[in-house]
Design a protein around this ligand. Structure first.
Ligand code: ADP
Ligand code: MG
Length: 254
């Protein structure tokens, strides 16, 4: 299973979700790889001890067929979790790939040889619907869409769904939406229930039952290069990310 986490809005919890669901899977004993495709490299920075020690990143592998994905996969600070690292050089990818016939297929192709090594591969994406996110959608079996629990949070999801439709038509007919995850939820605000209702009306039963609350612990844990499960194992964020991971595994079976 290859799950791309995408939403072209920034700050909706993509990276937090990618890191903590990968960590939950690793803790459950699943062989898990997190692939960071974002030039901002937030996943890489949040769970790799010394990212500057490494020279090469996913960019080199996607641009140069002699570089294999294994060469940019490192053990993360989360026990049992491997990460394929991004660097700021990823920002050049779009320009570098323009005009290449297989521009949309590069990530799929580089993942192919390591696919069997992992039970689950998660792909974190940048806040755009550009070539990097398209590569991630072409490479995926499933899409997970985090949506922030806030007013206007549904703005732009039409564009994402349109992109998914196009990708299904031309490149990846079996791409499935595994679920929509409501993030950064604040029960104390009056509009929050209204927002959840609106998201549920649009996405129906594709919305995960588990909602991720706003929690300081989730915000703090990346600074210590820890997932929520070791940083604050009993916190609400840990409970919720574990629960949504269980929902994912149940949905993947059906
Ligand atoms: P994205 O990858 O979509 O840009 P991030 O996961 O980086 O979003 O989240 C944006 C910011 O919000 C980060 O500072 C992150 O630590 C914080 N954050 C994400 N989810 C939560 C949450 N549930 N509670 C509190 N802070 C959160
Ligand atoms: Mg991010």
């Amino acid at each position: 299973m290859i799950i791309t986490i995408a939403n072209q809005k920034g700050g909706v919890g993509k990276t937090t979700t990618a890191v903590n669901i990968s960590a939950a899977l690793a803790f459950m004993g699943k062989r898990t790889l997190l692939v960071d495709t974002d030039p901002q490299a937030h996943s890489t920075i949040s769970c790799l001890a010394e990212p500057d020690r490494y020279e090469k990143s996913l960019y080199d592998v996607m641009m140069n067929s002699r570089d294999k994905l294994e060469s940019v996969i490192h053990p993360s600070t989360v026990p049992g979790l491997d990460i394929a690292i991004a660097k700021v050089s990823m920002a050049k990818l779009e320009a570098s790939l323009t005009g290449e016939i297989d521009a949309h297929y590069r990530l799929k192709d580089v993942i192919e040889p390591v696919k069997k090594k992992y039970e689950v591969i998660l792909i974190d994406t940048p806040p755009t619907l550009g070539l990097i996110t398209v590569n991630a959608l072409v490479a995926a079996t499933h899409l997970l869409v985090p949506i922030q629990s806030s007013y206007l949070s549904l703005e732009g999801t039409d564009d994402l769904l349109e992109t998914v439709e196009k990708i299904r038509k031309v490149a990846n007919p079996h791409l499935q939406i595994i679920g929509v995850l409501i993030t950064l939820h604040d029960q104390r605000t009056n509009i929050s229930k209204d927002v959840v209702d609106r998201i549920s009306r649009v996405f129906g039963n594709r919305v995960f039952k588990t909602v991720i609350s706003k929690s300081v612990k989730l915000e703090e844990s990346p600074a210590y290069k820890e997932s929520i499960f070791t940083y604050a194992g009993g916190s609400i964020g840990a409970v919720q990310y574990r629960k949504v991971t269980e929902e994912i595994l149940r949905r993947a079976k059906n």
